[in-house]
Design a protein around this ligand. Structure first.
Ligand code: FAD
Ligand code: FES
Length: 307
């Protein structure tokens, strides 16, 4: 079980902001920031904003700077607070509460899972398994930090095991404008290459303007195979379809970064409660946002892919 790092409320300053396809990439320098785990998030509130509540955003990337870090957020401008964030300029200030929640536990995800009874000698000759990363739209946000952490293999102040799997990124977008956001993965894939690790990247678009014409889950159906590990972030329907597909394949385990409306991000308001597969209730901000497929979805029908 990953450790929950102690969150802190800090004041950050925007140092860079640019378009990333239909989204914005906002870099914020935050003094005193401690390293986060990929998949964790922060509650952001722009100084002087008319919005009363902070909003949750995934930590997309993190580079140490002095006694703190420069954090990157990838923002889809869908409403008033996200539009405000997406349009920030260097020098703007915002409060940053984080790192929050439980991110991707790479110790667990990358743990070797030899088939029962298999001897190490037989496993040595088996093909290298993959870590399949499925992103839908702005669900691409948490993965630059995941790639960086894999490349560092425990370095950079973050705890991560040496990656024994080949990352394969499957990214689904609505159209070409959204698909340009794939550029946010560039630094992470280059860092993987410099670390001597290969990775693959395939895109799908709903309108066929870039890459495969169709849902990203169709790419997943073609690529995923027994023994793979899958991490996913995207719209709820995509996540359920990923689970519906993967749970039918032997020895494939899945982790999902889930979304919920959040008012506090720290477990106090009960605004983010969702029902889990076993009928119990969980606060996404504390128990998640990353949950195992079995916990989040349990028994969903296999035909979800076609809906
Ligand atoms: C853990 C977590 C991480 C997130 N990471 C990112 C990220 O990296 N980049 C990003 O662009 N967005 C991310 N989101 C979603 C983001 O928080 C919302 O888009 C934002 O709060 C919308 O605020 P708003 O005032 O702009 O729009 P609102 O007016 O509040 O909402 C606009 C539309 O978005 C929907 N919406 C709002 N909040 C959510 C939510 N949490 N989940 C699903 N739909 C929502 C509303 O139903 C409405 O249709 C994340 C959400 C969570 C819970
Ligand atoms: S957002 Fe307040 S309890 Fe989760």
């Amino acid at each position: 079980m990953p450790t929950v790092r102690q969150p802190a409320l800090r004041l950050g300053e925007v140092v860079f902001c640019c378009e990333a396809g239909a989204f914005s990439r906002v870099r914020v320098e935050v003094p005193g920031w401690a390293p986060a785990r990929p998949g964790q998030f922060a509650m952001l509130h722009v100084e002087g904003s008319a919005r009363f509540l902070a909003r949750p955003f995934s930590l997309s990337d993190e580079e140490p700077r002095g006694a703190g870090a420069v954090l990157t957020f990838v923002v889809a401008p869908v409403g008033p607070a996200s539009q405000e964030l997406a349009n920030l300029r260097p020098g703007a200030r915002l409060s940053v509460l984080g790192p929050l929640g439980r991110g991707f536990d790479l110790e667990e995800i990358l743990a070797p899972a030899p088939a029962r009874g298999a001897c190490p000698a037989a496993l040595a000759g088996s093909p290298r398994r993959r870590l399949v990363i499925v992103a839908g739209g702005v669900g691409i946000a948490p993965f630059p930090l995941l790639l960086r952490t894999l490349a560092q293999g425990g370095g950079g102040g973050r705890s991560a095991p040496v990656c024994t799997r080949t990352p394969l990124l499957l990214c689904g977008f609505r159209d070409q404008a959204q698909a340009e956001a794939v550029s946010v993965l560039q630094e992470g894939t280059e860092e993987l290459r410099r670390a001597g690790m290969g990775s693959g990247l395939l895109c799908a678009t709903d309108d066929g303007s870039v890459g495969f014409h169709g849902p990203v889950t169709e790419l997943l159906r073609r690529e995923v195979s027994s023994g793979d590990r899958v991490v996913a972030c995207g719209p709820p329907a995509m996540c359920r379809a990923v689970w519906g597909l993967c749970r039918g394949i032997s020895d494939v385990q899945c982790w999902f970064s889930l979304e919920a409306r959040m008012a506090c991000g720290v477990g106090s308001c009960h605004g983010c409660v969702i029902p889990l597969a076993d009928g119990s209730l969980a606060k996404v901000c504390r128990r998640g946002p990353v949950l195992r497929g079995e916990e989040a979805f349990g028994e969903v029908e296999h035909d979800l892919l076609t809906r």
